[in-house]
Design a protein around this ligand. Structure first.
Ligand code: IYR
Length: 220
């Protein structure tokens, strides 16, 4: 390790305070819902920037930070993304998706129409970088890319929710059109498109439940 510095920022809490903090965070996070009905109310750039900084603090392979975030606010670019995404989604719903996948999606009520891609004020396209390209053309391999970008995306979603913004994790498949529209290098992999904004006045969400603790965790 090169020139380690003392860990000064870690905070410890009394047991009750710790338990209360855990509960408060859970209470806050369980209020997050994936939203599909967005309003066109604008979001402040500085909030998005701070949430992206939070995403950038995520633990990741060898601290190579194998991600890039493209924030789309331009209406014309959003329209192009909507058109390309809907073209893929029409294929998905009409042909590509096997029936059992469609059956699983039915309760969510999703289909190939993605108006939120134009209505929401902000789209964040998240790209994963399998390697970094140096100016001299040398490649620096990245490690645990999917894990790293997944964790950073989780931080981002939590940060946006904490700030009071709604999100939708959208994964049109395939997503290579994002490289073209957003002019990202071909070696970057479009990982996820995060729709960000405020819910519409009359937003509805599916009636769903989360698995209880004893189903998702085992203590040995
Ligand atoms: N990408 C499609 C289908 C879809 C797939 C899953 I898994 C979801 O949880 C939701 C939708 C779409 O966005 O409609």
């Amino acid at each position: 390790m090169s020139d380690p510095i003392p860990l000064t920022q870690f905070r410890t809490y009394a047991p009750d305070v710790m338990a209360q903090r855990a509960t408060e965070f859970y209470t806050q996070m369980r209020r997050r819902r994936t939203v599909r009905d967005f309003s066109d109310r604008p979001v402040e750039r500085r909030v998005i920037e701070t949430c992206l900084r939070t995403a950038g603090t995520a633990p990741n392979g060898a601290n190579l930070q194998p991600w890039h975030f493209v924030v789309v606010e331009d209406q014309a670019v959003k329209r192009r993304i909507r058109q390309a995404a809907e073209a893929e989604e029409r294929e998905f719903y009409a042909r590509r998706a096997p029936q059992d996948w469609l059956d699983q999606l039915a309760p969510l009520g999703t289909d190939a129409r993605k108006p939120f891609l134009e209505i929401a004020p902000c789209l964040i396209a998240i790209f994963a970088q399998p390697y970094a390209l140096q100016p001299d053309g040398r490649k620096i391999k990245h490690y645990y890319v999917s894990e790293s970008v997944g964790i950073a995306t989780g931080f981002l979603i939590a940060a946006l929710h904490h700030a009071g913004l709604a999100t939708l994790t959208h994964t049109p498949s395939p997503m290579h059109f994002l490289n073209e529209i957003l002019e990202r290098p071909g070696y970057e992999r479009a990982y996820l498109l995060l729709v960000v904004g405020y819910p519409a006045e009359d937003a509805h969400v599916p009636r769903i439940t989360k698995k209880p603790l004893d189903e998702i965790a085992t203590f040995v």
